[in-house]
Design a binder for this molecule. Structure first.
Ligand SMILES: NC(=O)c1ccc[n+]([C@@H]2O[C@H](COP(=O)([O-])OP(=O)(O)OC[C@H]3O[C@@H](n4cnc5c(N)ncnc54)[C@H](O)[C@@H]3O)[C@@H](O)[C@H]2O)c1
Length: 337
């Protein structure tokens, strides 16, 4: 299936097809110099499969983990492009999760003011979320995604067969992002996530529906000036938990927790049930005053207020500006152990 993303001159297609990894030349132009960026946790066969289809390919495998979204790796990848004589008509391909995609996309955005970037996401999170929307970035001075750009890929290829090797906890962390999109936009998708007893069989349907939600939001608000904020449902408290947990919880786990207090009691009950179904945490050991101090440093703060996304009913949302301090009541309302 092809899901088109319409962004004028920056439009591109998302190919969602099992087995697509073995037939890339149908969708991508690999008949040129290609830099493949993967990481040490991604099974090597995926990057090798891509390499075998390139005319002149070079693979760089970075260390797995968030710390790899660094200036050092940015510089190292750019130096490969220069040393191997890449020109404006060559390209970069990410084969990995959001870490590879964000870093490789930023490298493609910067080299010669922008060369073609293809994304082949291999985690559930990157397949439903980070591979589309054009946000590419590295971390700097301890701040996540602080240096980056909006740079659209030329094409995204999603082959859900690669999820078979993904760790169950990573899979669930990505599912939390689908739950987020379903809760705010798509009652049917939420029900599918609640009721399916064959996740692998339904994975493409879940990925497709999630991508279409994100695609529709991004098309209306490509640079996150308004509507795109809705994708932050669960993220304000989630980011605070993520920062305070110092990496012991995965991003999706924190987002899942962050959704609970921002929902009506009815919705919260259903969210808790579906999070539990995918072995995602529904409570956390934390101090709500500590979490507030992280929220006060959130880059989305506007004076002493912050825009939050609330969900009163599954499939709908409301964006509301509230005093950051009043988030304490929301947090105390349910997720602290
Ligand atoms: N650009 C955006 O819009 C956006 C949105 C959300 C998150 N992000 C970014 O995404 C990153 C997180 O991405 P992620 O959750 O994909 O994590 P990740 O890229 O760190 O991947 C998670 C782990 O899974 C391994 N892995 C990847 N694919 C695999 C496979 N098929 N089989 C086995 N192991 C595999 C990786 O080696 C890694 O150890 C963060 O840096 C975050 O800031 C970006």
């Amino acid at each position: 299936m092809i899901i088109p993303v319409s962004l004028g001159e920056m439009s591109y297609d998302i190919v969602l097809l099992r087995g697509a990894l073995n037939n890339l030349n149908k969708y991508l132009n690999l008949n040129r110099r290609v830099l493949i960026v993967t990481d040490s946790g991604v099974p090597t066969e995926y990057a090798q499969t891509v390499l075998a289809q390139c005319k002149e390919g070079y693979t760089v495998s970075i260390e797995q983990g968030e710390a790899s979204k660094s200036f050092d790796n940015y510089r190292a990848l750019l130096s490969v492009l220069v040393k191997k004589g890449f020109t404006r008509t060559d390209c970069v391909v990410a084969v990995g999760g959001g870490v590879c995609g964000d870093l490789a996309g930023f490298v493609a955005a910067g080299f010669m003011r922008g060369i073609d970037f293809y994304n082949i996401p291999t985690t559930f999170l990157s397949q439903v979320d980070s591979s589309i929307g054009g946000k590419v970035a590295i971390d700097f001075m301890g701040v996540k995604n602080i240096v980056g750009a909006f740079y659209q890929p030329k094409c995204v290829v999603i082959d859900s067969n690669v999820l078979r090797t993904l760790d169950k906890r990573q899979l669930s962390s990505g599912i939390a992002e689908s739950i987020k999109m379903a809760a705010t936009f798509d009652k049917d998708l939420f029900e599918l996530l609640e009721n399916t007893d064959d996740f692998e069989g339904d994975a493409d349907k879940i990925i497709e529906s999630s991508l279409k939600i994100k695609r529709d939001v991004v098309e209306k608000d490509p640079k996150e000036k308004g509507l795109r904020r809705v994708l932050n449902f669960g993220h304000t408290i989630g980011h605070a938990i993520e920062s305070s947990s110092l990496g012991s919880l995965l991003h999706g786990e924190c987002v899942g927790l962050g959704m609970i207090p921002m929902s009506s009691p009815e919705v919260a009950k259903r969210i808790v049930r579906v999070l539990e179904k995918y072995n995602l945490p529904v409570s956390v050991e934390a101090d709500s005053s500590d979490l507030i101090s992280y929220i006060l440093h959130d880059k989305k703060m506007d004076g002493d207020e912050i825009n939050v996304v609330l969900c009163e009913e599954i499939g709908s949302f409301e964006i509301k500006k509230i005093k950051a301090q009043s988030m304490k009541e929301y947090i105390d309302g349910g997720i602290i152990k």
